[in-house]
Design a protein around this ligand. Structure first.
Ligand code: IMP
Length: 202
């Protein structure tokens, strides 16, 4: 049985400001009191899981227990099949301790060389409660990598990712458009259909 979100407050379990902003936008229509782990002063747990979902659970459970209310986390990343789905769960780590995504994109495109530029973003969502219950959702968006970088919106690898059916990168796209079709939006749709029943009539 899927657990419904009946509480009025939710923690966004991410220290990544780009993600906190996108998740805040996606949750805005539901009138929840949303706070981030940084605002609550909760620590950043070590993400040592081997899958997106395992890492999402580490973050959501730590925040739900630490803040004593439901918490939502997103573990996401870019996968390049020609590179054995790298950087995958290491997407953030490619940017190094300074979170330098220009360097991460250069490193990735150097590794890609003239191999197939097909790529996809994955978003695993974990919605956790303080008693340890979790619900999972996953969304993907397929596309192609391009070089050099294009656009200054979004975050992370957005400047080199052109989603299927478009000729602009995520970083050139209006945020509302990205929110219509991104991996994160697709995972959110599933979560809202499954766990936000009380909000469907709003
Ligand atoms: P996480 O915080 O460990 O889940 O790291 C996810 C990383 O994947 C981010 O730091 C970005 O590098 C990348 N990523 C995830 N979603 C997106 C997106 O929508 N656009 C660009 N990069 C993303």
């Amino acid at each position: 049985m899927v657990r419904q979100l009946t509480e009025k407050s939710l923690i966004v379990a991410s220290h990544n400001q780009g993600k906190v902003r996108e998740i805040g936008d996606l949750l805005a229509p539901f009138g929840l009191n949303v706070s981030s782990v940084s605002e609550l002063g909760l620590p950043e747990p070590v993400e040592d899981g081997e899958t997106f979902l395992a890492n999402a659970d580490i973050k959501s459970l730590a925040a739900a227990r630490g803040g004593n209310m439901p918490a939502l986390s997103d573990d996401s990343g870019l996968c390049v099949p020609a590179l054995g789905n790298k950087p995958g769960i290491h997407s953030a780590r490619y940017a190094g301790p300074n979170k330098d995504f220009n360097a991460a994109m250069e490193r990735l495109m150097g590794e890609l060389g003239d191999k197939d530029p097909a790529a996809f973003f994955v978003c695993a969502l974990s919605l956790a409660w303080p008693d340890g219950h979790v619900e999972h959702f996953e969304g993907k968006v397929h596309g192609t990598l391009t070089w050099p970088m294009r656009g200054d919106k979004g975050f992370g690898y957005d400047p080199i990712f052109i989603p299927e059916g478009y000729d602009i990168t995520f970083a050139e796209m209006e945020s509302a458009k990205k929110h219509d079709m991104s991996h994160r939006a697709r995972a959110f749709d599933q979560m809202i259909k499954a766990c936000f029943e009380k909000f469907h009539t709003l």
